[in-house]
Write a protein that binds this ligand. Structure first.
Ligand SMILES: O=C(O)CCC(=O)C(=O)O
Length: 297
């Protein structure tokens, strides 16, 4: 294990709630991840509906509405580490994970993983939300690592983060009795002008605090934008709700050791709804339709 972060970077993470890290994975790892994703995208040509199976009995592979055999639009792979040695290897071994161990370690567990892809011209967007509102734990030491499998630019749908919001309140993700998986339009409007796009070369990663307010824009370019997202937690952060992306690897200690301790912080929130659908993106779109719930995870 290495210690890639300087004291200044550690301070910056805790002040802003995120940190951009270049060369988070090796070139070999990147090539392997991209190769497997391209094979899945190709395989998706022969499917018109979400397919595959996961521990949650929900489809593993999900496509955007405009998907066709000629123009495949695979946009989500749930728990790719269960069906790919390349993804499993990166989940367990990468520079960003060493950084996570510096931030919330030494003892770190794997929480969950997914791929979010936006093909060129995709209208897919992610509404502003805080990850913790989907996955309450006994404390808030959870970090999402978003690995760039493509160069991320201002045009191809970058992640947008609102610095410092990990230290503000937990915003409600329920609205009029509907769990939308997003903050209210008023909260979004109050923060969006402070949002920063996170972009950089393939192989980079953004480390993000579980309370940080973030969203992401449509892909308006002719280049894809694919992210492998692995979430880790301090070993003494115990889940209080069913994992929305359950995996046979959940709870694996990936740095340090098991202590069998629980640490509690103090906060209040309304419990999230456990998702039932395959689709993350189309179900968040339901947030716009009164009376519908949005399984955006
Ligand atoms: O795919 C993206 O750009 C955003 C992902 C995200 O917001 C999340 O996984 O919580």
């Amino acid at each position: 294990m290495t210690s890639p972060l300087s004291a200044e970077q550690i301070g910056s993470y805790w002040a802003d709630g995120f940190l951009f890290v270049e060369n988070a994975i090796t070139d070999e790892q990147l090539t392997a991840l991209v190769g497997d994703f391209e094979a899945w995208a190709d395989e998706s040509r022969s499917h018109s509906e979400p397919y595959g199976d996961t521990l949650a009995n929900r489809p593993r592979f999900d496509m955007a509405p405009e998907h066709t055999a000629d123009d495949p639009r695979l946009r989500r792979v749930a728990s790719p580490i269960e069906v790919s040695d390349a993804y499993l290897n990166v989940m367990r071994n990468n520079r960003a994970l060493d950084a996570v161990a510096q931030l919330i370690g030494p003892n770190v567990e794997f929480n969950n993983a997914k791929i979010n892809a936006k093909q060129p011209g995709s209208s897919t967007e992610v509404k502003y939300h805080q990850d913790f509102m989907f996955q309450p734990h006994s404390n808030e030491d959870l970090v999402a690592c978003l690995f760039f499998l493509d160069d991320v630019t201002l045009e191809n749908g970058p992640l947008n983060v609102v610095p410092g919001t990990h230290q503000s309140e937990l915003f409600d993700h329920w609205h009029d009795g509907v769990y939308t998986g997003a903050v209210s339009p008023e909260v979004e409007a109050a923060h969006v002008e402070h949002a920063l796009p996170i972009y950089g070369p393939a192989g980079s990663a953004c480390l993000m605090h579980t309370r940080l307010l973030h969203g992401s824009a449509p892909n308006q370019s002719d280049k894809p934008r694919t992210l492998f997202i692995a979430e880790y937690r301090a070993e003494d952060a115990k889940p209080l709700q069913v994992n929305h992306l359950p995996s046979i690897y959940e709870g694996e200690v990936v740095r340090g050791e098991r202590t069998n301790r629980v640490r509690c912080s103090s906060y209040e929130m309304e419990f999230p709804e456990v998702p039932t659908g395959a689709s993350f993106f189309s179900q968040q779109a339901k947030a716009d339709a009164p009376g519908n719930s949005a399984d955006r995870r």
